[in-house]
Design a binder for this molecule. Structure first.
Ligand SMILES: Cc1cc2nc3c(=O)[nH]c(=O)nc-3n(C[C@H](O)[C@H](O)[C@H](O)COP(=O)(O)OP(=O)(O)OC[C@H]3O[C@@H](n4cnc5c(N)ncnc54)[C@H](O)[C@@H]3O)c2cc1C
Length: 293
């Protein structure tokens, strides 16, 4: 759904933003899928030969020279990938906003929003509209809690190896991505206990999954947990509040915010500035039956 358009747009957007902000956050990063058995390899090749997937999936089966990686059934490359260093991206974006006097480091309180028919006021800011981009917190916000979120906790590790080096990302139930001087190993998916606390269970799960890819010894240098703003139909939530047109939401990016945000932000601007309808797949109007005034 919207993947081709969103993907191409995202890469161009991040690259042009790097130039505009004078910062680096996009990196070429080949990604290889490791197969566990012949059936997986066959399925991949069948997909790779279909017009829908041929620009994303390589038809070439490779075996890694790195002995540390178990790849008896081979690997194949996911094509046209790139890595966004989200922390560097957010740092550069924040700096830009601060320099342009457009950033406040404070907790936002919905209760303090003052609405007028065509305006919204909040702590000295006067605007036509306000856009709620509060991630999973929107699920408990008074204006948008009616939307059917299906929040999903995720955890990831940063790991270091003594004698193992990899310059590509690999995936097989988990993804291992080189970043700076260590590696990201992720992620878990849990719909219970929705909090931002790292758990021993997730650490164990990720470690065991890594051992299926490699016997290399590693040390955990960091462990992060967060809540993804996933939605019941796995599609983003964009649009205007059904009754309070001064309030808008940009949310529900789930597991794919890096890919979807630039493309959908453009669609959101088109709605807010020119009244152009959003793609129906992402418009919150599809969930109006959940809303009661
Ligand atoms: C382990 C893990 C791995 C992931 N991997 C990927 C990946 O590889 N690729 C990908 O695209 N996505 C990935 N995601 C998903 C991605 O992180 C989310 O889709 C994305 O963060 C959603 O962005 P958002 O801005 O909507 O929400 P958030 O990132 O949650 O940002 C919302 C922000 O609003 C702030 N906020 C909320 N309420 C208030 C308030 N009242 N006052 C002030 N500030 C407030 C929060 O502090 C936060 O900074 C992953 C998520 C997890 C947990």
């Amino acid at each position: 759904f919207l993947a081709d358009e969103a993907f191409d747009f995202a890469r161009e957007y991040y690259l042009s933003l790097e130039k505009e902000l004078g910062a680096r956050f996009v990196q070429q990063m080949p990604l290889f899928k490791i197969f566990n058995n012949q059936e997986q390899q066959d399925d991949w090749l069948q997909k790779a030969n279909s017009p829908e997937y041929e620009q994303y999936l390589s038809k070439e089966i490779k075996h890694f020279s790195e002995e540390a990686i178990k790849n008896d059934f081979g690997t194949a490359e996911v094509l046209n990938t790139f890595l966004l260093n989200t922390q560097a991206f957010l740092n550069a974006t924040k700096l830009f906003l601060v320099e342009n006097a457009s950033y406040r480091n404070e907790t936002f309180h919905s209760d303090e929003v003052v609405l007028e028919p065509d305006a919204v006021h909040y702590r000295g800011i006067h605007a036509k509209k306000i856009i709620f981009c509060t991630g999973y917190k929107a699920a408990s916000d008074k204006y948008f809690n009616w939307l059917p979120f299906n929040l999903c906790k995720g955890e990831r590790l940063n790991i270091e190896f003594e004698s193992f080096q990899l310059e590509k990302a690999i995936s097989n139930n988990v993804v291992l991505i080189p970043e700076d001087n260590n590696y990201i190993l992720g992620s878990t998916y849990s719909w219970d206990e929705l909090n931002e606390e790292p758990t021993a269970e997730a650490r164990e799960e990720l470690s065991l999954k890594f051992q299926k890819i490699s016997n290399s010894k590693f040390q955990i240098s960091n462990h992060l947990a967060a809540i993804r703003p996933t939605t019941i139909d796995r599609r983003p939530f964009l649009g205007l509040h059904p009754e309070l047109k001064q309030l808008a939401i940009f949310n529900g990016m789930g597991t794919k915010s890096v890919m979807f945000c630039p493309f959908l932000a453009k669609k959101m601007c088109a709605l807010l500035l020119n009244g152009i309808d959003l793609p129906s797949e992402v418009n919150i109007q599809r969930h109006l039956k959940h809303f009661s005034a």
